[in-house]
Design a protein around this ligand. Sequence first.
Ligand code: HEM
Length: 358
Amino acid sequence: MTTARAGAALGLALIGLALASLSGSCQGALQVGFYNGKCGFSDVEAIVAGVVAAQIGKDPTIAPALLRMQFHDCFVTGCDASILLDGKSSEKTAPPNLSVRGYDVIDAVKTAVEAVCPGVVSCADIIVMATRDAVSLSGGGRYKVETGRKDGLVSLASNVNLPPPSISVDNSIAAFAQKGLNVSDMVLLLGGHTIGVTHCSLFQDRLYNFQSTGKPDPTMDPSLASALRSTCPNPQTNVDNIVNLDQNPLSASIVDNSFYKQILSHRGILQIDQEIALDGQTKDIVGAIAGGLDFSARFGQAMVKLGALQNGSPGEIRQSCRAINTARKLPTSKDEQRTGKRQQRDNLRARSIPKRGF
Ligand code: HEM
């Protein structure tokens, strides 16, 4: 009896596995070097690296843009390139994504890889490989990335649950834990703020009226707050200026541990950045990274962990990173069929022009 039941269960499991592999799932087995030998004599990772280097050569601000893009893709429905899909209500129209940049860089990489081996390299893997190259070109060391992802079929603004800059440490820990990322991972990944910028509107309250006190945030170095007030005037003009996330001017474009030294000196820009240097749950980790020599290696490991977030939904290798393949058969479950059809309709409509915000 027990043997018969076990046999039936094994049979069901095998059928499930067979169906999953037929439909193609975003949840592939990821491995380092997945594309080795899959593209004739061409080296996919070298092609990606070449395009990324050329683009960053022209515009170094592409590096932080790509790094942020990976976070915003992977944190929402796993690393499935759902952020890249165009559409009236796709993820890129959600407020936290309105200032995400670098879509054209991903398009350029996709064009280059499609030219040598069409239909092989997923857009989701391109984001992860391009980000690794961007980090490495910005002085962050080179980590090995796993590949083998599929591109998702669904992208909805309503799925975007990215943390706002004013999130508390407790809530941020909970948000990362929900994705299987622990407190150290969270502190390391926030080290992404070692490069790039933020708009004044996203931390303006810290300079003038923190938590409705009518005063600046007392945790910010007063001389920094005073300097930032001239870049970010109150009331805001119609230009939303930008400020470096890493306030060490010598290191603002370099992926290194200087961001942690800055936040320990009360020179964090975003509220959450400053708070991880003060909160009992995170300050020792911040101190160890600031005082250590292993940030690059540990950051790479955390990025690989971020890159491993998947959702198990059906997937494909998109022809264009901006749209699902039109010839593709829609997913089988009724819900997914409805969402998929809506998605296809949206993809055909013009993209709306977004506004920034969280
Ligand atoms: C609690 C988590 C996080 C919050 C609340 C947060 C918030 C923000 C905000 C508000 C900005 C400025 C956006 C703008 O002005 O338009 C920003 C920029 C940025 N974030 Fe995060 N972030 C978080 C985690 C991460 C992670 C995990 C990474 C990467 C591993 C990352 C990488 C970046 C980068 C590189 C930029 C600069 C983008 C550029 O210069 O274009 N962030 N983040």
